[in-house]
Design a protein around this ligand. Structure first.
Ligand code: AMP
Length: 282
């Protein structure tokens, strides 16, 4: 496995691989890797000749300075995990390498980027589009792997790929969870042991709420989830909505669409967690 921090060096290596007719897959990450990330890497290794994983805490997608400053960074552990997963290239650039000049590009991401995370984290998805478009430009992957934990992010990236006519297939990968059900996240490292014990209530409540379909109305399910989680003093729901899995717009009735998704953001103490679940209504 090669760890590379220079765009030029990575491009040279990858054009060498392409000359040998190797297919290249990409897994973009912000590091502080866990089994969720590694599941993406393993899939990428399986489906491509060459797997590139990027490790870069992208400042332009953080709308909160404190969140950026305290984002966990564990590079040595990340390299060991990636090596064990048989990743071929790790791209770990410095900030100046990715942004020698401020990136002023504004992407036209449409309605999928305006709701939920888009509404609560202004500029977040534009920052995601900035970094992912740069990574696609540098790596030119045939396939790129993204976790369904960031369900809305996948929809936004699909819009970006279409807008820029990029020849890359977006591969969604299932959410990996801790034994408690809590969705794995780099931010889980910031939870105190007490908070870590309470946070699984988010996933447990989402799962329980799927048993109410189609008996309870959509709004009743939303109210149940929000109230159940908010009853736990250390948890505070920022938003919970049940949306169409393609347009990400709110659904009012179960019959409106196939397999809508419940998307949640909730604070556990100071740490903001996200998760989602599919409601099977057919
Ligand atoms: P991040 O480092 O948080 O930007 O995540 C990098 C990629 O890993 C994104 O595509 C995430 O959706 C994905 N990912 C993060 N957590 C999980 C998880 N628990 N299960 C599956 N994929 C995940």
């Amino acid at each position: 496995m090669k760890v590379i921090s220079s765009i030029c060096e990575l491009k040279n290596c990858l054009s060498g691989e392409r000359r040998k007719s190797k297919t290249i897959g990409l897994v973009p990450t912000m590091g502080a890797l866990h089994d969720g990330h590694i599941s993406l890497v393993k899939r990428c290794v399986e489906e491509n000749d060459i797997c590139v994983a990027s490790l870069f805490v992208n400042p332009t997608q953080f709308n909160n300075k404190q969140d950026l400053a305290t984002y966990p960074r564990t590079p040595e552990n990340d390299y060991a995990l990636l090596e064990a997963a048989r990743c071929d290239y790790v791209f770990a650039p410095a900030e100046k390498e990715m942004y020698p000049e401020p990136d002023t590009r504004i992407f036209n991401l449409g309605p999928v980027a305006e709701v939920m995370e888009g509404a609560h984290r202004p500029g977040h998805f534009n920052g995601v589009a900035q970094i992912v478009s740069k990574l696609f430009d540098i790596v030119e992957p045939v396939k790129a792997y993204f976790g369904e934990k960031d369900f809305q992010q996948i929809a936004v990236i699909r819009v970006m790929v279409k807008e820029l006519n990029l020849p890359v297939e977006i591969v969604p990968c299932p959410i990996l969870r801790e034994a408690s059900g809590l969705a794995m996240s780099s931010r889980n490292m910031r939870l105190t042991p007490g908070q870590h014990q309470k946070a699984p209530l988010i996933a447990r409540t989402l799962k329980e709420s799927t048993t109410f379909v189609p008996g309870k109305k959509v709004q009743e399910v939303i109210d149940y989830v929000v109230n159940t989680i908010n009853k736990e003093p250390v948890l505070q729901v920022e938003y919970f909505d049940i949306v169409d899995r393609n347009t990400l717009q709110s659904v009012k009735n179960w019959e409106e669409t196939v397999d809508p998704v419940g998307c949640i953001a909730a604070f556990c103490g100071e740490t903001r967690l996200i998760d989602n679940i599919t409601y099977r209504n057919k």
